[in-house]
Design a binder for this molecule. Structure first.
Ligand code: FE
Ligand code: MN
Length: 351
């Protein structure tokens, strides 16, 4: 009886006992994917619990100050461009991530605790997409323009096409994780979405919007980006744990040629991201210019390479030290305002 694609085994079949050791992430045929207990991968369950502790909705954040500021003539054209481009990128980027989870990743993952997290993450991506709808509505922006930038703005289209190719590959009818090549392709999809999309492509945008927030500009959007960043940091951590565990389960796949391909993907991603930052900041704004972003994106890429066991490439340092303070909630006590912290349990406020 094959169970791992989701087939439900007959309830009277009592002879089957779950052995946690057999709960493989890919190509599990020995264990029923519908039975969460007993856990094999504690990390997957922990990411799920941490995600659940971070519930929030964009509509809980007041947009009143943002609306007044947006209507006034306080913001420069350069600042407006930064805001609009980032809304344009994230508004559809979140959907690409959600669709890839549901259509490409979920069906191939045969471990129930990892699936449990994927269900949680897919919901969070829906909340993130909701956020951009809410922002457009609040500021009375032309939503068609914002949500269509991924077709119309080259630097956004470039990043999105880069990851959409990886989704298409897994969706091809003959795709399978039954061969080492297929597992390699699947790992490339995970790297493309977790390490590159959520781990690199989102980060220039986080810096730009949070930098405006630090200057007390568009603080509603800034607060929403803080919540998204908090969610994304768990997505990234789950993805890295998933990639590393699949590598361990399939050591024959993690060969030098696959590693070289993945390094090249990350180097290409850095170029896409630097171009994107340049297109958002052609003339720079206070505290931000395109040169700093090359250094920052390289610094971030090194951190990601390190976490999946690949050698560092750039050796750049972090020009935005305040970003790591923003990520570390302990150092910025007012990072989250009252409403959402109220349904946080204190112990979970540390990322
Ligand atoms: Fe997201
Ligand atoms: Mn995400």
């Amino acid at each position: 009886m094959s169970c791992c694609t989701g087939t439900i085994s007959a309830p009277h079949d009592l002879s089957r006992k779950i052995d946690a050791d057999n709960k493989r992430l890919l190509n599990c045929t020995a264990v029923d994917v519908n039975q969460l207990w007993p856990l094999k991968y504690q990390w997957a369950w922990e990411h799920y619990i941490n995600g659940c502790a971070n519930n929030w909705l964009p509509s809980e954040v007041s947009m009143q100050k943002d609306i007044e500021l947006w209507k006034s003539d306080t913001l420069s054209d350069a600042e407006r461009l930064v805001i609009k481009r980032n809304l344009g990128f994230f508004s559809t980027g979140e959907s690409l991530v959600g669709n890839n989870i549901v259509l490409a990743i979920f069906r191939h993952i045969t471990n129930p605790e990892a699936r449990q997290y994927l269900l949680r993450q897919a919901y969070e991506e829906a909340v993130h997409t909701h956020t951009f709808h809410y922002i457009c509505e609040s500021l009375a922006l032309d939503g068609r323009e914002v949500f269509n930038m991924y077709h119309e703005v080259d630097s956004i289209a470039g990043k999105d096409e880069f990851v959409m190719r990886l989704t298409r590959r897994v969706l091809e009818p003959d795709f399978t994780t039954a061969t080492p090549e297929g597992i390699g392709e699947f790992i490339k999809n995970l790297v493309g979405f977790y390490v590159i999309m959520e781990g690199i492509f989102f980060y220039s945008g986080f810096v730009m919007i949070l930098s405006l927030h630090r200057r007390n500009l568009m603080t509603g959007i800034g607060e929403q980006f803080q919540y998204i960043l908090r969610d994304e940091s768990i997505h990234l951590n789950f993805g890295i744990d998933l990639i590393n565990a699949i590598k361990e389960e399939n050591p024959h796949v993690w060969r030098a040629d696959l590693q070289a391909e993945i390094v090249q993907m990350i180097l290409d991603a850095v170029e896409y991201e630097v171009q994107y930052a340049e297109s958002c900041l052609p003339d720079g704004i206070l505290g931000l210019n395109k040169g700093l972003f090359r250094e920052y994106v390289q610094y971030i890429a090194d951190r990601r390479l390190e976490r999946i066991g690949l050698p560092l490439h750039f050796g750049s340092s972090n020009p935005f030290k305040w970003m790591s303070e923003t990520i570390d909630l302990g150092k910025e006590k007012n990072f989250f305002e009252t409403r959402v912290t109220e349904y946080q349990s204190g112990g979970l406020l540390v990322w």
